[in-house]
Design a protein around this ligand. Structure first.
Ligand code: SER
Length: 606
């Protein structure tokens, strides 16, 4: 299929600035990209759309920058990770967006989108190449005749305005919260119907003719359980996928051939000693190159995020671990070493460092974290694969087809094999993993650790434990000062006699660093700092720089504890009133806790 090459010279930089300038000229304030880790309620691991960081404001709170906003948001979506390597799927992408918080609504939103797409000063797309879909209505919300009529008034013929149902034209960031009908804008790549004939239209035909480039959501409802209520203000949330739009407009075959990926692909070609054509000639090799390009880009952005994600066995860290380990496995297919592959992160930092300064600032950490995760994986890979091979051999002899969940859990827990990775290895042998058995093993393991935690007195609020609790906040703050802001608490365990504190670090601390951390905590104790609890909206808590886990929530509010001006953490307490109540603080031991996590044991004495 021949795509209509439209603006071959367009690249990410030009598209970003063109977009932001257009909306700035329409009184929008430019807001910076938020972290890849959302502030929200923990229901999603990553920021998956530009609107994520704006949820509190879509719900009615005043935004400090005003009621018209625009920006570029870095996003991660990993639910389609198996699809990476096709023409459009990526685990990391940038989303351009403009938002109205109770300001303009459908008429301006649609008109501006149309003007931006077709204007000669901006994208200059012929209106003939545009198709749109609008919401067909359901029992709760009527058919969106208003949007359709706005599109018609702009000159779009009725046959290119397609009404579709909830599956296509209703958008929500999650099962609860702000949502609404949307109108999606498609670029017609060929101008020719496929063999589906009149049925060849957006949302109905998957022939690849239509590329969705923009989604305008009219966020005007709030979903809570089964109930859908109108929001106090009607908002607009639009999102334009940058890589997809570039691919469509520059007439390349896939997102991997856009300017955003060119330098990364070129480096992979160079390292593998193969030309682009040689790679493209072999489907496996092509997929490997695309997966490696995608995963190194995403891993670099995760490690270089403001809230630096580190490989681990849970949450965001687990997704990162899975991406890196998946990448290491694909290196062989392209014929380069894992070490060479992780080095490609330098290209990602170079290409994106200007727009996302936290990448540039953390270039060294990114590189060293990638190398250590690769080393950890390689070290356990051989042993784990041996174990797996033995188990598979046994299974075959017994004539079974299902690898027991216990074995998959052991590979996960002891050898750091992401579950999906085991699944892929087993699938290569034509067998399957008992997924339920794996889940059961994981839950049993969790219950065991919980009852161990309970035995250790984690839940008690004795005077002693309360003092240790405050000490963990001071130690957390001190470690971040001594070792850097990338250090994060990974857990803690307190009883009346001692505290344990787990945190992310990929190497042992030096004696000097330990000394510094201990003296810093002691200095804060001696300064007799006040400890203060506050309950406030979570966006405000974040803006105060609150760190830590986000567990103590009261409706829309969160509880934070501030210690003097040295520490702000999300926490439900209890804590002492002044730091002098802590006495003498001594670090007794620093050791490894698990891959990439260190553990400090410390005592307080009167
Ligand atoms: N939130 C909508 C989307 O992600 C529009 O930005 O498609």
């Amino acid at each position: 299929m021949l795509a209509r090459a439209f603006r071959p010279e367009l690249d990410a930089k030009r598209l970003r600035s063109m977009y932001l300038d257009f909306f700035k000229a329409r009184a929008h304030a430019v807001i910076p990209s938020a972290s890849l880790i959302p502030d929200g309620d923990g229901s999603v691991l990553f920021t998956t759309a530009g609107m994520h960081p704006l949820v509190p404001y879509l719900m009615g709170r005043e935004h400090p920058a005003g009621s018209r906003l625009t920006g570029v948001q870095k996003c991660v979506r990993t639910n389609d990770i198996e699809e990476v390597g096709d023409l459009t799927h990526l685990t990391f992408f940038e989303m351009l967006g403009n938002w109205s918080l109770g300001d303009y609504y459908k008429a301006d939103s649609i008109r501006w989108s149309f003007e931006f797409l077709t204007g000669s000063e901006t994208l200059g797309i012929s209106p003939d190449s545009l198709w749109v879909t609008v919401f067909d209505g359901n029992t709760d919300v009527p058919r969106d005749e208003e949007s359709a009529s706005i599109w018609r008034s702009l000159g779009l013929p009725p046959e290119r305005i397609i009404f579709l149902g909830e599956e296509d034209n209703w958008w929500a960031a999650g099962p609860e919260g702000p949502c609404g009908p949307d109108t999606e804008i498609f670029y017609d790549m060929t101008g020719q119907a496929c063999e589906a004939g009149p049925e060849c239209s957006p949302g109905r035909c998957g022939c690849g003719r239509f590329f969705e480039i923009w989604n305008n959501v009219f966020m005007s409802y709030d979903r809570r359980g089964a109930s859908l209520t109108p929001l106090p203000r009607r908002n607009v949330d639009t999102g334009m996928g940058l890589e997809r739009t570039l691919a469509a407009l520059t007439g390349v075959q896939s997102v991997y051939e856009t300017a955003s990926f060119k330098p990364i692909m070129a480096e992979l070609q160079r390292l593998s000693g193969r030309s682009a054509d040689e790679i493209a000639a072999d489907a496996n090799r092509l997929k490997a190159a695309r997966v490696l390009a995608d995963h190194i880009r995403t891993a670099t952005f995760m490690l270089g995020d403001e809230r630096g994600i580190r490989p681990s066995n849970q949450g965001q860290g687990y997704v990162l671990r899975r991406l890196i380990r998946r990448g290491v496995r694909y290196c062989e297919q392209l014929g380069l070493s894992p070490e060479q592959w992780v080095g490609v992160s330098d290209i990602v930092v170079r290409e994106y460092g200007e727009v996302y300064p936290s990448l540039a600032a953390q270039a060294d950490v990114i590189r060293s974290e990638l190398l250590s995760e690769k080393d950890r994986f390689e070290a356990t890979l051989a042993r784990g694969v041996k174990l797996l091979e033995r188990e598979l051999e046994r299974l075959r002899q017994e004539g079974g087809e299902l690898l027991p969940g216990q074995t998959a859990f052991r590979l996960y827990d002891t050898y750091g094999f992401p579950f999906e990775f085991t699944q892929e290895l087993v699938a290569e042998q034509g067998l399957t993993v008992d997924e339920n058995g794996f889940a059961k093993a994981a839950i049993e393991h969790q219950e065991r650790s919980r009852s161990e935690a309970a035995k250790s007195g984690l839940a008690d609020d004795s005077v002693e434990s309360t003092r240790y609790h405050t000490a963990t906040h001071l130690l957390h703050a001190a470690l971040r000062r001594v070792l850097g802001e990338h250090v994060e608490q990974k857990g803690s365990n307190i009883n009346r006699e001692r505290m344990r504190f787990d945190f992310s670090l990929d190497r042992p601390m030096t004696p000097l660093e330990l000394q510094e951390a201990q003296s810093q905590v002691q200095a804060w104790i001696d300064a007799d700092l006040p400890v203060r609890q506050r309950v406030l909206p979570h966006a405000e808590a974040r803006s105060l720089g609150a760190i830590g886990l986000f567990n103590d929530r009261y409706g829309d509010e969160v509880s934070i504890y501030e210690i003097g001006d040295v520490s702000v953490e999300f926490c439900g307490g209890p804590h002492v009133e002044r730091t002098s109540e802590l006495g003498r603080f001594q670090i007794k031991k620093e050791q490894s806790s698990s891959a990439g996590v260190r553990r400090i044991r410390a005592h307080l004495t009167p």
